[in-house]
Each structure stands twice: as C-alpha cells, then as structure tokens.
Write a protein that binds this ligand. Structure first.
Ligand code: AVJ
Length: 322
C-alpha cells in the first residue's frame, strides 16, 4: 500500500506535501523547513534575543559542565553520540570539559545535513583537536536503527535544543522508546526539554518582531516553489502563532489572507484556499517534570536527575533504562 502510493510521487517530500495540502484542515511537516535556507534561518533564530531556548541551555551546560562530564565519564572509553548535532556550539562546552579532564571518549555527531557535519568536523579540528570525531549523516530514524550497533563501549546519547518539541506526545514516546531499546544498563540519555513558562515569553520566541520566524515558517512554501515548481506568493500568507498554556503546545500556522488558488505544477495540483484558511506547520511542545517523567515511563526510561537554569525556563534531563 505504502510503496504503491510512493511510486506516484517523485519524493517523500512531494507525497507529504500533496497529502497535507489536500487534507482538511491543511498541514505541512516542520521537518521540511530545514533545507539550506531553512538551516540558515534557524541559525538566525538561535541568535535572536527572543529565542531564549539556546542561551538558557548554553548557560545550563556552562554552569554544570563539571558535574555533567563526571556523570558521562566512566573508567573505560565511551561513545558520545549526538543526534541533530547542528553547529555544535553548546556541545563544544562539554567536549572541552571532557578533554580538559582527560576523559576518554569518541564523539559521534549525527545530522541530516552533511554540510553541517563537515563544518562541525573542521571547527573541532581547529578548536579542540584532541577530540576523536566520527561524523555520521542520516535521519533520526536511520540513526536509531544503527544506535544499537554501538555496543562495544558505554554510550551517552545527547539530544540538545528541545528538538523533541516538534513531536506529538505519542511520537515522542516512540522516539524515546527507540532510543531506550538501543541502550544498555550503563548507557545514558541526556536531553533538553523547553519548559512551560509565562505564555508571553513563549509567544515572543515564536513571533519575533524582526520576522525571522515568519521567514523560517514560510520557507516551507518557498521550498515547495523551488522543488515542486509551486506558485505560492508568500506575502499572501500570514505567520500566526498560538500557545495553549494547558497543554503546553505552541503551534505555528500560515494563514491565507485572501481566497486564492495556488498551482503546484510537479504535483499536478491546484490548491484552493478560502480567505483566512490555515495551514498548520509546526508544534513546539513545552514540558514540565510530570510530563517528562510520564513520557520516560511510557518509553521504558527513568529520569535520573535534571539540570535547570535559574528561572527553570529550560531543563536538561538524564535518563537511564528502567
Ligand atoms: C528546533 C524544534 C527546537 O521548536 O523551538 C524555532 C524550531 N521553530 N522557531 C523549536 C523552531 C520556530 C525549534 N526546534
């Protein structure tokens, strides 16, 4: 069934786009924001004053690097596996500490973008040449399948930046469970979770006045234009953010400012929008200790401890197998 429909489309991106824009209500997957332009826009987001997540997590790692490194280390070598490594700015803090304390480890950054990995490897050669680095390109899913193969040494799996926030709770449990099954008793998972907080602070982080988040969100339409010969006029859509303090879910939308029809030529599709019809594009889930413990429990993990910034804006949790 799945294969049959896949043959009708030139790519999974084409298929997912077709599905999302012919559904009601319309949606697109946030993972498709990250082409070259989207990667760059996300770098810009991380540098924005309103996007508190990056600086909070940076501070947590900086304040607690000695403790964290001690917890990671063991008598024998270990593998430090980072999923979604990105530019490694935050990870370098930990790598530096591990090197300074003479802990023996291999650093295995995984990212979907080979470009990002090449840059990270070169930067590390320059800045912390003592680190043994082995990069691996792939999606989270491909990587998780390979994770269990790294079983000759203790594993510490690192997922920073609240990347899990783009997943629904059930997807997050699946993701955590996939990690859990690849873990041995000695292994650890170290993961960042953005926390529930003043809703205005969250709104500002995803609705910045400079419009960087708007461009980031609209990059979905730009990408459809480029890769699927689409005819979206992006100024005819409005970036809209909501945050529900009860569920802790921030949601991003693109809202059509007028009734319009948009051709996507490679899909042989014309999409009709009513005035003010929405496309749901992203969720950025916020957490508290109770939700994190529940997700962990569902996935066969337990929280061993957590590290927070002074406002409890962001927390990094250490998990072990249950
Ligand atoms: C990369 C998933 C952590 O949801 O905060 C930033 C992506 N979206 N601004 C997030 C994002 C809009 C980001 N994560």
């Amino acid at each position: 069934m799945k294969n049959q429909s896949a043959t009708m489309f030139e790519s999974v991106f084409a298929e997912d786009t077709h599905k999302g824009l012919t559904s009601y209500p319309k949606f697109l997957h946030s993972k498709y924001i990250y082409d070259k332009k989207g990667d760059k826009l996300f770098q810009e987001i991380m540098a924005m004053p309103e996007y508190y997540l990056t600086s909070c997590e940076f501070d947590i790692l900086k304040q607690n690097k000695t403790d964290i490194a001690k917890i990671f280390s063991s008598e024998n070598d270990f593998d430090l596996i980072e999923l979604g490594a990105g530019d490694g700015k935050k990870t370098k803090l930990l790598l530096k500490e591990l090197v300074d304390k003479n802990y023996k480890f291999n650093y295995l950054p995984v990212d979907i973008s080979q470009n990002v990995l090449d840059e990270l490897e070169n930067a590390l050669k320059d800045e912390i040449p003592q680190v043994s680095v082995k990069t691996q390109q792939g999606t989270y899913f491909e990587t998780l399948e390979k994770l269990a193969e790294y079983n000759s040494r203790k594993k510490v799996i690192l997922v920073l930046g609240s990347n899990i926030g783009n997943l629904s709770h059930s997807e997050a449990v699946d993701f955590l469970r996939n990690i859990a099954v690849a873990m041995s008793d000695d292994d650890m998972l170290f993961m960042g979770f953005d926390q529930k907080k003043d809703p205005q602070i969250i709104m500002n982080a995803y609705n910045d006045p400079a419009g960087i988040t708007e461009r980031f969100n609209k990059n979905l339409l730009v990408r459809i234009n480029h890769e699927l010969d689409g005819e979206f006029e992006v100024e005819k859509f409005k970036h809209w953010e909501t945050y529900d303090p009860e569920t802790g879910t921030a949601r991003s939308f693109l809202v059509s400012k007028e009734e319009q029809r948009v051709k996507i030529n490679k899909l042989e599709l014309e999409v009709k929008f009513d005035a003010w019809e929405s496309i749901h594009t992203e969720i950025s889930q916020k957490y508290d200790d109770a939700i994190v413990s529940w997700l962990a429990d569902e996935a066969g993990l337990v929280v061993e401890r957590n590290f927070a910034d002074s406002d409890n804006s962001f927390k990094n949790y250490i998990f072990r197998r249950k």
